[in-house]
Design a protein around this ligand. Structure first.
Ligand code: ZN
Length: 223
């Protein structure tokens, strides 16, 4: 018996995962598909979230959809530090009480929030929007390094703190930035590594991260 039956005469086993999930509605299917595009959300979780939204008042799902849509179309990036904001310049850059002579260089917006939560840092930020990663095709020109160099060269900056993840990509980026800033005479420091081992900034607890910023050390190429 060939064809429908397998070699041993039994029906081939088909796991649930290889079957096309059937939904009773095309609209439901579409919503599940969109939700399951989000990181960490499988189709099962997506279905649970969609059904949860369906059970809420219409205003709840309308507010949800509206928030996503206006976020995408309305969100801005600070023209100074590239943090997410609602106007041209973010609240941190626009705050006259912040120390504008110190710039903390971070990979992403979550890192700004993580450092802010420590309440230990009063300077400004520079959000690179990634790190140099040849494997992923991310070169120095793909992230906000030139604008950092421009900021430092414009004057008024005494210290640049490198607060990138302790990964090979983070190290490569630190090294590249140090080379680009070498002739500016700006003081270059790096957050204390010993206390941030194994974690990206956003996952590091606030006390530890706060301490690692206060205990920053001078950057050297063999860091
Ligand atoms: Zn800003």
């Amino acid at each position: 018996m060939q064809g429908f039956f397998g070699e041993n005469g039994l029906r081939p086993v088909c796991h649930l995962s290889c079957m096309e999930q059937q939904y009773p509605s095309k609209l439901l299917n579409r919503a599940v598909e969109e939700f399951s595009r989000l990181p960490g959300i499988g189709r099962k979780t997506a279905l649970r979230l969609v059904l949860h939204l369906l059970r809420q008042n219409e205003e709840v799902s309308d507010a949800f959809a509206e928030a996503v849509k206006t976020l995408r179309h309305g969100v801005k990036y600070c023209k100074v530090c590239h943090n997410i904001c609602d106007s041209d310049v973010c609240d941190i850059c626009a705050n006259p009480r912040r120390d504008s002579s110190t710039i903390c260089v971070v990979e992403n917006v979550q890192d700004v929030m993580a450092v802010e939560n420590t309440q230990q840092y009063t300077g400004l930020y520079h959000v690179l929007g990634g790190v140099i990663s040849p494997v992923d095709g991310v070169g120095p020109g793909d992230i906000e390094i030139q604008s950092l160099v421009d900021r430092v060269k414009a004057g008024g900056v005494d210290e640049v703190i490198l607060a990138l993840s302790p990964t090979m990509e983070g190290d490569t980026t630190n090294f590249y930035i140090s080379r680009r800033l070498a002739d500016t005479g700006v003081k270059l420091s790096v957050i204390a590594r010993g206390v941030t081992v194994g974690g990206e900034l956003e996952y590091t607890d606030e006390v530890t991260l706060g301490r690692s910023i206060l205990n920053r050390t001078e950057f050297t190429a063999n860091h």
